[in-house]
Design a protein around this ligand. Sequence first.
Ligand SMILES: Nc1ncnc2c1ncn2[C@@H]1O[C@H](COP(=O)(O)OP(=O)(O)OP(=O)(O)O)[C@@H](O)[C@H]1O
Ligand SMILES: CC(=O)N[C@H]1[C@@H]2OC[C@@H](O2)[C@@H](O)[C@@H]1O[C@H](C)C(=O)O
Length: 370
Amino acid sequence: MPDLSIGLMSGTSLDGVDGVLADFDATPLRVLAHATAGFDPALRAELLALNTPGGHDELHRAQLAANALVRVYAQVVHELLRQAGVAASQVRAIGAHGQTVRHRPQLFDGTGYTVQLNQPALLAELTGIDVVADFRTRDVAAGGQGAPLAPFFHRGMFGRPGRVVGVLNIGGISNLTVLRPDGSQIGFDCGPGNALLDAWTQRHTGRPYDDRGAWAAGGQVDAALLQDLLAESYFAAPPPKSTGRDLFHPDWLAARLAPHAGLAPQAVQATLAELTARCCADDVGRYQPGLPDLVVCGGGALNDHLLARLRALLPGTRVVSSAEAGLPPLQVEAAAFAWLARQCVQREPLALESTTGARGARVLGAVWPA
Ligand SMILES: Nc1ncnc2c1ncn2[C@@H]1O[C@H](COP(=O)(O)OP(=O)(O)OP(=O)(O)O)[C@@H](O)[C@H]1O
Ligand SMILES: CC(=O)N[C@H]1[C@@H]2OC[C@@H](O2)[C@@H](O)[C@@H]1O[C@H](C)C(=O)O
């Protein structure tokens, strides 16, 4: 008997939406369809602008952007149903992540907030399927970081009995999961993934990203700049921790680039790629030295240069794309939100403590019935 859910992820790289329709009757799951939709430039620019405090009439603009986002979500849902030849009534739930525009999980009074723009009511209207959304706020309310949440899915998807397995997602931000044989895990954000690389590439080449990392690979890493970038206190802070564009935005880079003004753009790109590889590899060394297997997912898994640098920095670790472990890199997070939606409708609590730092197990998400 099929057990179908849809996951929709629009992440911090702001490149658009990844959706999967998955059957959880299979173990660990079977992807029946994968569809993507890019944001049109105006929506992307508006979402990017809403990431930065201080714009005019942000509340109004945020609601309009959420409506526009959800119309893209609905297109992706209809494309998934079409590809798989499945009716809306056969799908148990859609897990719709929303678009993170602020992430401040811990403020001075102990309880912060995280904001994912979304309009689940409209998505339920447009699709006729139960929508699960707002996955992160309960975790923050329980004292957690609200992120990362994919590690709970990583265990079922990539865990291997009796083995330690690392899973590294390189999206706009990078996050590492370590699955341990005793059933415990840690998971936290390492730092920048592609966000700074994309912004630099866009600015100097006009392209949205550095395809396969070829531009970075042809540049010379600047050791002094790398040292200044790695001095960011986030990197040395212990988990649980999470971050976002709130910290790693182009102004963060501009401030650190100022003393290195003469550097060629390609050298900066090479150094930013090294920063991404180093912050992830350093975290493996800190929290799971000698890790035997590292599964890499997210768009960064398509960056050959980043993968080569990770392999060089982690000589004892077998570094593979998640495609080799059963799920292509751009499907992993969307599949995670399909799974998280299913956990929510089944009222299954997640043991959050060792990953997000929340006080205990909680059911994450809220349901907007069809
Ligand atoms: N062929 C490629 N070569 C190099 N980089 C690529 C390639 N394809 C995708 N990417 C990178 O992957 C990014 C998209 O990754 P992904 O969709 O995993 O991010 P996200 O889900 O938005 O982010 P997050 O995981 O932080 O929420 C692009 O912005 C780009 O930097
Ligand atoms: C607040 C937020 O949206 N965080 C994202 C972001 O993108 C990558 C990293 O930072 C991770 O912590 C998280 O997404 C994934 C899907 C997660 O929750 O596991």
